[in-house]
Write a protein that binds this ligand. Structure first.
Ligand code: FAD
Length: 506
């Protein structure tokens, strides 16, 4: 439960801690932040932390009322529902500052949230009311090395692809340009080239982490190897990552395809999606796509599309032959590089479930979704999409054979993640839209369960806040993650004070 933040004064330029001197201020007790222009009433822990942060690192703290405060708390979020009102925003410039801040926050018993690229899509996943927001945007250094790249958590994937471009190299990150490096890398990471190189998490070879007690550690295969495993899909349960060292691959040119299909060809289109999940070459050509069906509930027109990328210069790209043989309304093939491709893909509410590939059932799910969209056609600004992501056996094999693994623990079998990604204009429709998505997705998942097609795997990046991704991991992996969390964060800073994301639970 978040605490509300009643503003007594509206403009704040300086800050002093005017709280009682309890050693362990509770977040439920009110504290006051005196400012030159007014007093802010916030939970005691937040007033303690914001005042101490302001005193020790004044240049890195942003208070309500300043122009930068709005930039930090509103403009940096992909989902406008995530705009909240932190008591203060801490924007560290160094890992040492992150460490000092975590120590202060822990000592003050303050609630806090961490933001990387700000793309996680539910309120409170990366922002907080009346607590401390740690915004990592200034940790944006990048260092391209021979076959790896060091990346700060303040960067987005487009910035990383741009830095690698002159070297003819790519790394495994996000498909849309503004997604942040840290969130995606810590939850998994769907990229076009998963079938050859695994998921983004499988490509991190070093993490610099600030633990709950402020300690700075470097985590890799030989140092803190248990935490190294847990960070591969374990999200924000263990610490704040201040540097990711990522593997890079020589892919100087990519072959791309944009294909659009009208509604009559959607059965063949969904069949090709299922076939893509089943592709399982021993020596695969790296290739993958964004596959989306859009539906206009006013015109009743639906269309399917793929945005495909393949390594190399095959034109048309050979790995999309199952799509290329379907009549299309538009088809554009190109040979280019990752940077200009990613540049065009700027970044709707997501709800998803996973199933074994069955083209007929996937088509029935699509039809049920379309009928359900008709029932909400009156919603202002409605932008409904039906998105599919594939998990191929080869993409899972990477972690099974790299001597590290990841927390997903998937079997080498093809899976399809089907997802409703829905945009709408007005906050007054939030509850209706969330209930619509949730009921529909669970009803259709139940249908798949009866058919023996359902998988309980849920990708955190596309999950609704009510969904539990950990329930889809092997229970022994979840137990191991909890044990690792207890040993690295015995005080529970990242399980009791840190808000947002998908928490491992007790
Ligand atoms: C339009 C859109 C397109 C997407 N496309 C893809 C895609 O192609 N592939 C894919 O895999 N996913 C995709 N996603 C999902 C995306 O990966 C997640 O939303 C991811 O969390 C975004 O990372 P971020 O850094 O922007 O997240 P944020 O929202 O900033 O953070 C996500 C979570 O991680 C925590 N966190 C952030 N930084 C750190 C850190 N340094 N240390 C510890 N914890 C941290 C935050 O507290 C938060 O709980 C997409 C999402 C959207 C909205």
């Amino acid at each position: 439960m978040q605490l509300l933040l009643p503003f007594i004064g509206l403009s704040f330029s300086g800050l002093a801690y005017a709280n009682s001197s309890s050693a362990n201020p509770s977040a439920t007790v009110t504290g006051f932040l005196s400012t030159s222009s007014g007093t802010l009433q916030v939970p005691k822990g937040a007033s303690c932390a914001c005042a101490k942060l302001s005193r020790s690192m004044p240049k890195s703290v942003i208070l309500p009322g300043s122009a930068n405060y709005t930039t930090q708390t509103v403009d940096n979020y992909w989902d406008i529902r995530a705009d909240l009102s932190p008591a203060c925003v801490f924007v560290p410039n160094t890992t040492a500052e992150v460490s000092q801040a975590v120590k202060i926050i822990g000592a003050c018993d303050a609630h806090f949230a961490v933001r990387g690229g700000g793309h996680m899509n539910y309120p409170g996943s990366n922002n907080i009311d009346a607590g401390v927001l740690i915004a990592l945007s200034n940790l944006n250094s990048i260092n391209v090395k021979r076959d790896t790249v060091d990346v700060g958590p303040g960067l987005n994937w487009y910035q990383v692809y741009s830095a690698l471009e002159p070297h003819g190299r790519v790394c495994i990150g996000g498909r849309m340009k503004t997604i942040g490096v840290p969130g995606l890398s810590l939850i998994g990471g769907f990229h076009y080239f998963n079938n050859k190189y695994g998921y983004a998490m499988d490509n991190v070879i070093t993490y610099d982490v600030v633990l709950g007690n402020g300690a700075q550690i470097t985590v890799n295969k030989s140092s803190h190897s248990d935490l190294f495993w847990a960070l591969k899909g374990g999200a924000n349960n263990f610490g704040i990552v201040t540097r990711f060292e990522l593997k890079t691959y020589a892919v100087p040119r990519v072959s791309t395809t944009i294909q659009i299909f009208n509604e009559t060809n959607i059965p063949e289109y969904l069949s090709a999606v299922c076939e893509a999940a089943k592709l399982d070459d021993n020596d695969p050509i790296a290739a993958g796509m964004i596959s989306t069906i859009t539906y206009n509930a006013t015109t009743k027109m639906a269309q399917g599309s793929i945005l495909g990328v393949q390594e190399g210069i095959s034109n048309p790209p050979s790995q999309f032959a199952n799509f290329t043989k379907i009549p299309a309304t538009q088809r554009i093939h190109n040979v280019t590089t990752m940077k200009p491709w990613a540049e065009t893909l700027d970044s709707p509410k997501q709800m998803m479930r996973t199933m074994k590939p069955d083209a007929k059932v996937l088509y029935l799910i699509y039809k049920a979704w379309k009928a359900a969209v008709d029932s909400i056609a009156d919603v202002q600004g409605l932008y409904p999409t039906f998105v599919t992501n594939v998990i191929s056996p080869a993409s899972v094999r990477v972690a099974k054979t790299n001597g590290v693994g990841n927390v997903w623990g998937l079997e080498e079998e093809p899976l399809i993640i089907w997802q409703f990604s829905t945009g709408w204009a007005l906050a007054q429709d939030d509850i209706r839209m969330e209930a619509w998505s949730r009921q529909l997705v669970e009803h259709l998942h139940g249908f798949n369960k009866e058919l023996g097609l359902a998988s309980e795997f849920i990708y955190m990046g596309d999950a609704g806040e009510w969904q539990d991704p950990y329930a889809g991991f092997p229970s022994e992996n979840v137990a191991r993650m909890r044990k690792i969390r207890s040993s690295y964060d015995p005080a529970g800073v990242f399980s009791t004070l840190s808000w947002g994301g998908f928490k491992l639970g007790l």
